[in-house]
Design a binder for this molecule. Structure first.
Ligand code: SF4
Length: 328
């Protein structure tokens, strides 16, 4: 069976179940790279341009890890998936950066995903997939429909509070899981905001989510807010942002600050990310308006776990102290 490698980075955390289903319908096996490690990060750093953000460097590392293991590597050109905003320029140029920046790769499967014009967008995508795999467009359209159903089930699990890893396991095994311990709320509720590839790559962020839960914090993420709600908040601004994942993070922040009783915000930001510079400032200003404690954790290839944990613990201590003081 032809194998298609999918790097466990960037949009993997958002759309893996969709593409796995589509590939299975077409008789192809989607093979994931392993979880991020120091070796993968180092490989990505040596393969990618110096001034790229760390999530892109990690993507390069995962592509390198798949080299020699699969027949093709999946590097989509994500343009638009729903709400009129586009993906950041690095996503738009991803197949070109990989193709011209790395040597000895197997062929890339690099469909352009642009669903602004809904029906035409899906038909165009079906054509590209059909051409790449020498399949009939009807069977691809059926695969895409099946993929959409699985994707809806996946997103529903994320809304319930499952992490992408837990949700994928539930879909895989068909076993009903329990939402992992959301923290006992002894300390408070914190909105952990960031792109999915920053929040759910445990190596990159030093296991932030589990760490916060272990400190007794209830953690809320952008994936726990319905898309419609996120974008209603974005539309309440004089102007939204151009970029898809950035709008999701900002919309979640606005929602949690305005409609949910939270005790703090931790924004996980990436060094050398242009969109993040704006998201971070807008979140910080909004948090200030609501007198909500705000912490930025910046990630780059040199970020050490110890540094992240120390800052996180200090922030959680401050949240605890504020709550105690409010009760006095
Ligand atoms: S949004 Fe930022 S972190 Fe994400 S790929 Fe673009 S530049 Fe990198």
């Amino acid at each position: 069976m032809e194998t298609i490698g999918i790097p466990r980075a960037l949009a993997y955390y958002a759309y893996y179940p969709f593409w796995k289903t589509v590939m299975a319908t077409l008789g192809r096996e989607l093979v994931e790279s392993g979880a991020t490690t120091k070796a993968i990060l180092d490989e990505g750093i040596s393969e990618a341009c110096t001034d790229l953000c760390v999530p892109i460097k990690i993507f390069f590392g995962h592509v390198a890890e798949l080299k020699g293991r699969v027949d093709k590597i999946f590097v989509p050109r994500l343009v638009n998936v729903s709400q009129g905003d586009t993906f950041c320029p690095k996503f738009l140029g991803l197949p070109d950066m990989v193709r011209y920046g790395m040597k000895d790769l197997p062929p890339l499967f690099a469909p352009r995903v642009d669903l602004r014009k809904k029906v035409r967008g899906w038909v165009n995508l079906a054509r590209m997939v059909a051409d790449a795999f020498d399949s009939s467009i009807i069977s691809v359209l059926q695969g895409l429909e099946k993929g959409k159903r699985v994707q809806a089930a996946y997103e529903n699990l994320l809304l319930q509070g499952f992490t992408p890893k837990e949700a994928m396991e539930i879909l895989e095994t068909g076993q009903k899981g329990k939402v992992s311990d959301p923290g006992k709320e002894q300390v408070g509720t914190i909105a952990l905001l960031g792109y999915p590839y920053s929040l759910y790559d445990d190596f990159l962020n030093g296991n932030l989510l589990s760490r916060l839960r272990a400190l007794g914090v209830k953690v809320l993420t952008p994936e726990m807010v319905p898309e419609k709600v996120l974008y209603t908040k974005i539309r309440s601004l004089p102007k939204g942002l151009f970029w898809h994942f950035s709008n999701r993070v900002l919309g979640a922040g606005l929602y949690y600050l305005r409609e949910v009783q939270i005790d703090g915000i931790v924004h996980v930001s990436n060094f050398a990310c242009g969109p993040d510079a704006m998201v971070n400032k807008l979140l910080e200003l909004e948090a200030k308006k609501h007198s909500c404690p705000f912490l930025t954790i910046g990630l780059d290839e040199h970020t050490g776990q110890a540094g992240i944990h120390t800052r996180l613990e200090a922030f959680v201590d401050m949240v605890r102290w504020r709550r105690q003081r409010a009760c006095e």
